[in-house]
Write a protein that binds this ligand. Structure first.
Ligand code: IMP
Length: 175
């Protein structure tokens, strides 16, 4: 159990389950991208741990780059993309795998994917550790999903509550 400011979070997904699922996703990506050299586009800050653990299990050659956005304040999505710090490398004709921590309303990834598609990649896939199907408001094609979860606020393993709580090996949920 962790208390951050006014909120208490209780255990939800244990580190061992997270790591097992990430290895499965990596195996799937290794098979499906055999012979290719994808560019992993990691959405900061939340996906930093997921991306690091996933990348360790990828045996295909791949490059890694980072995008920074923020659309959350507190425990509810504002739905507005406040900040996008752009890509430094060209994505035209590249096989992109966008790495995200969680898909909630889907608005963040929808915007990001539109901006990436406008640059003409060869392909674009999404890998998200968590997905809240009940919260989705923008249709998204999610190729790699770690866990489908109910529509509750989660914390840890990269996910924060007002900037805190990202550095836990487990995922917790708001009590
Ligand atoms: P969306 O645009 O509503 O899909 O929100 C996506 C972003 O909101 C994610 O990348 C997270 O940073 C944040 N987010 C969504 N749900 C949660 C949550 O349950 N806990 C912490 N952050 C969340």
């Amino acid at each position: 159990m962790i208390t951050i400011k006014d909120k208490t979070f209780v255990p939800f997904i244990a580190s061992e389950a997270i790591q097992t699922r990430i290895r499965e996703l990596a195996e799937q990506i290794n098979k499906e991208y055999a012979g290719k050299q994808p560019l992993l586009v990691v959405i900061l800050n939340g996906a930093f741990l997921f991306a690091a653990d996933l990348a360790k299990h990828l045996t295909i050659p791949c490059e890694i780059t980072f995008l920074r956005v923020s659309s959350y304040k507190g425990t509810a999505s504002t739905g507005q993309l406040k900040e996008v710090l752009g890509l430094t490398e060209p994505v035209t004709d590249r096989d992109l795998i966008v790495i995200e921590d969680i898909v909630d309303t889907g608005k963040t990834l929808y915007d990001i994917c539109n901006q990436l598609q406008a640059q003409g990649p060869s392909s674009l896939a999404i890998a998200t550790l968590l997905y809240k199907p009940e919260a989705i408001q923008q249709p998204l094609d999610l190729q790699y999903v770690g866990f489908e979860i109910e529509n509750r606020f989660v914390l840890g393993y990269g996910l924060d509550y007002d900037g805190l709580g990202r550095n836990t090996p487990d995922i917790l949920v708001l009590e």
